[in-house]
Design a protein around this ligand. Structure first.
Ligand code: HEC
Ligand code: HEC
Ligand code: HEC
Ligand code: HEC
Ligand code: HEC
Ligand code: HEC
Ligand code: HEC
Length: 568
């Protein structure tokens, strides 16, 4: 009867116009970095045209009017622009009927592949359920919801999702998934400071010093600047008490976060990989080591114009491949080296995967013989992404196995169990480790041990949303309904937009005979996720005086998975 919170990451939608978010006052790179234009006019002008400078901003800068009807749900979605506001309306005639609207506040994605939108309600931040798809030049629902029968429930956005598309990103309020008492970020797009660090002293002293000199950094620190946003990997784990929000230019990425891939995946492009991983496989990079980086070919301040693209990249190749052969006779009828060695995939419309093949293969046939998408079972062990810093800790390895375990790799949980027990010996108060161990213990059927881990985790960090939810699940499933209600009520007070949490709490309240409290909880859930059928049905049942407290939601008692940051 208890539902998992694991749908945090998939959930989606609704905004009432009356609710005023923090939104509007955000600045884009144009404004934020205007001070630099005084003295660095050329760089400023070219930079503001790049996709990085336009990676996000006010919704009005990117939205175009449009509409579509989703056949499976019968809902018509419409984007319209009124008095400078971007409105998303939704409407379904018939039973169950539905209608409403949100004001979209921000966009993210410069639009090369697509654009997503953000709205907020009561200071909770959400991703809109639809995106604009460049390939189709039209709107459609987010991937994963294309066949949905109901409007997706609200999709919470945490700071980890904003961190690569926005600048000056703030952490969500403690104990919440996506509630921000202040602005969630300061600037749309990626500002100069995102790479150059704090420039206050530099501007104050009219350009005399006061800056981190990026070209003098060591290879790991230099590469970290691009990698923190361009490395996807299979899974990543922040060091204890750290997150990507702590990263500053000049730091080593591996001091904050560790990145993992499957051993058998090395050299394959089965999973959609990022440019970083692909380049690492190239003979160019492997033979050049630290001499080669993203900036060997890319000027972070500008994108070559289409007419210069071919000669621009050719010059980059020839700078290393300086043998006269390449400049003169090697396929000289095709001046663009990248056509053969770095072709574009025709099918890739997945955000966060490379379009251009950064493996720089000799011939594409060699690429086709690369290992298959699904590595053999014996290769499903994790290794750190090579070449980006120190070896991850036992804790990071353990949590990485746990995270891939949650994605459905059963063997991974065995590794996670052993590694995390070891990690716990070093730090008995590590709530993330305790939370993971509590989950795995339950999977192993040991409820007592699971309770020990979770209760300890809750004690040391009551703000940990996942631990608190799991403690509630544990109490409820062992019949301690009153105690479970206390824990969930407190959690729900801070996270009123979490559908599964709200449904769980309402069921519990129903079972305890608190019908009006249960109704209130469900009504609150429906303000965020108005078309969530399980919630609607439960509410209707309670209001009709039905004594049975049951829900049609089928995901019995699963324990929640932490939010995955990356969308596919
Ligand atoms: C704060 C995060 C962040 C950092 C740091 C960052 N990037 Fe980006 N970069 C992005 C995002 C996000 C996009 C995609 C923007 C979009 O299309 O919406 C992007 C796009 C790009 C593109 C595609 C440009 C085009 O013409 O379409 C290149 C090339 C690139 N980045 C290179 C780099 C390099 C080189 C560095 C390091 C010097 C770097 N990036 C650092 C986030 C970042
Ligand atoms: C680790 C950094 C990172 C995080 C976190 C991240 N993105 Fe991205 N995103 C990127 C980069 C880099 C690109 C450009 C990649 C490329 O073109 O190869 C991108 C591209 C996109 C695009 C396509 C943009 C275009 O111009 O076509 C969309 C849409 C997008 N991201 C949405 C999201 C959403 C939604 C989230 C959170 C759930 C998210 N991103 C989290 C780094 C990130
Ligand atoms: C995506 C990361 C990134 C962003 C954003 C960025 N830079 Fe840079 N910038 C670099 C890197 C990396 C270097 C060092 C280049 C190298 O490797 O030599 C650099 C070098 C410079 C230099 C010195 C070398 C030169 O080319 O004159 C100036 C000046 C500069 N940047 C100004 C700016 C300004 C102004 C902005 C914003 C309008 C900006 N940068 C935005 C990454 C970035
Ligand atoms: C009043 C003029 C002025 C302003 C405003 C200014 N700069 Fe500079 N900047 C300079 C000068 C002059 C240099 C060259 C300093 C040197 O060579 O020692 C410089 C150098 C740099 C460098 C290269 C540092 C290095 O040694 O690699 C970067 C990066 C840079 N500026 C970024 C910025 C950014 C970002 C801003 C806006 C936040 C900005 N600057 C605003 C005058 C200015
Ligand atoms: C930083 C230097 C550097 C740059 C830039 C560079 N390469 Fe390379 N590349 C190398 C080195 C070193 C090798 C190893 C073999 C050799 O020396 O030719 C290599 C190997 C290759 C190979 C053979 C691959 C194989 O699997 O045998 C190809 C093809 C290639 N490069 C194409 C290119 C193209 C095309 C570009 C431009 C888009 C490029 N390279 C840019 C350094 C570079
Ligand atoms: C050997 C040259 C070379 C190196 C090194 C290189 N790139 Fe690229 N990159 C390219 C070319 C060529 C394109 C295609 C550009 C175009 O079509 O306009 C590209 C495109 C991109 C794009 C746009 C999306 C796509 O896949 O087409 C991103 C993002 C990007 N590179 C990021 C990176 C990052 C991050 C690094 C460092 C890990 C890197 N690149 C290193 C040559 C390079
Ligand atoms: C029309 C397709 C095509 C173009 C354009 C092309 N190459 Fe190649 N390249 C190949 C093929 C095919 C091979 C495999 C060996 C051969 O046929 O020469 C190759 C091999 C190579 C190698 C490996 C050489 C070796 O001895 O193994 C390098 C390095 C290379 N190319 C660099 C470049 C550079 C740099 C450019 C641009 C100046 C370029 N290629 C343009 C098709 C191309």
């Amino acid at each position: 009867m208890l539902h998992s919170l694991s749908k945090f990451a998939q959930a989606c939608l609704v905004f009432a116009l009356s609710t005023i978010g923090h939104a509007s006052a955000i600045d884009t790179v144009r404004g934020a970095d205007h001070a630099c234009a005084q003295c660095h006019k050329g760089i400023y002008r070219s930079y503001i045209e790049t996709t990085m400078a336009n990676a996000s901003g006010p919704a009005i800068n990117a939205a175009v009017p449009g509409a579509f009807t989703q056949a499976s749900s019968g809902i018509t979605y419409r984007i319209k622009i009124e008095n400078g506001n971007v409105l998303l309306t939704y409407k379904r005639a018939g039973n169950p009927s539905l209608s409403g609207q949100y004001r979209l506040q921000y966009f993210f994605g410069s639009g090369r592949q697509g654009t997503s939108f953000i709205y907020s309600r009561d200071d909770y931040l959400f991703e809109a359920p639809l995106s604009y798809y460049a390939a189709k030049s039209s709107y459609d629902l987010r991937p994963g919801y294309l066949q949905a029968k109901e409007m997706p429930s609200a999709l919470p956005l945490n700071s980890q999702c904003l961190i690569c598309h926005m600048s000056g990103v703030r952490k969500e309020d403690s104990g919440t998934v996506n509630h921000y008492s202040g602005p969630p970020f300061l600037h749309g797009g990626i500002t100069c400071e995102a790479c150059h660090g704090d420039t206050t002293a530099h501007v104050l002293h009219h350009g005399k010093g006061g800056l981190l000199v990026l070209s003098k950094l060591g290879p790991l620190e230099r590469d970290s600047i691009c990698l923190r946003c361009h490395l996807e990997s299979e899974t990543s784990v922040a060091r204890r008490g750290k997150s990507l929000l702590d990263f500053k230019s000049g730091d080593r990425l591996s001091d904050d976060v560790s990145y993992f891939i499957y051993t058998g995946e090395q050299g394959s492009t089965g999973r959609a990989v990022s440019q970083v991983e692909a380049l690492a496989m190239s003979e160019c990079k492997r033979s050049s080591g630290g001499r080669m980086s993203c900036t060997t070919c890319h000027d972070p301040h500008s994108t070559p114009a289409p007419s210069e693209r071919s000669s621009y990249y050719r010059a980059k190749c020839l700078a290393c491949h300086s043998q006269p052969l390449f400049a003169s006779s090697h396929y000289s009828n095709v001046p663009d080296c990248t056509i053969c060695h770095m072709p574009k995939s025709s099918t890739s419309d997945i955000p966060h995967a490379q379009v251009t093949d950064h493996r720089i293969l000799r011939t594409q046939q060699e690429g086709e013989h690369a290992p298959e998408a699904q590595p053999a079972d014996h290769d499903r062990t994790l290794m750190p992404v090579p070449g980006i810093g120190e070896r991850p800790s036992v804790r990071s390895f353990g949590l990485a196995f746990y995270k891939v375990g949650l994605k459905g790799d059963p063997d991974a949980m065995k590794n996670a169990w052993d590694l995390l027990q070891k990690a716990l010996q070093g730090n008995p108060n590590d709530s993330e480790v305790l939370s993971a161990l509590g989950f795995i213990a339950r999977l192993r059927g040991d409820v007592t041990q699971s309770a020990e881990f979770l209760e300890k985790g809750y004690q040391v960090d009551p703000a940990n949303v996942y631990v608190a939810n799991d403690v509630g699940v544990l109490l409820a499933s062992s019949g301690k309904l009153n105690q479970a209600e206390i824990v969930w009520k407190e959690l729900f007070a801070r996270n009123q937009d979490l559908v599964d949490l709200g449904d769980n709490l309402a069921l519990l309240q129903c079972q305890l005979g608190e019908k009006s409290a249960a109704s209130e909880t469900l009504q609150r859930v429906l303000q965020f996720s108005p078309d969530h059928q399980a919630t609607r049905q439960l509410l209707a049942r309670i209001q009709s005086g039905d004594k049975r407290c049951i829900s049609s939601n089928a995901s019995h008692g699963e324990i929640p998975a932490p939010t995955e940051n990356h969308v596919q």
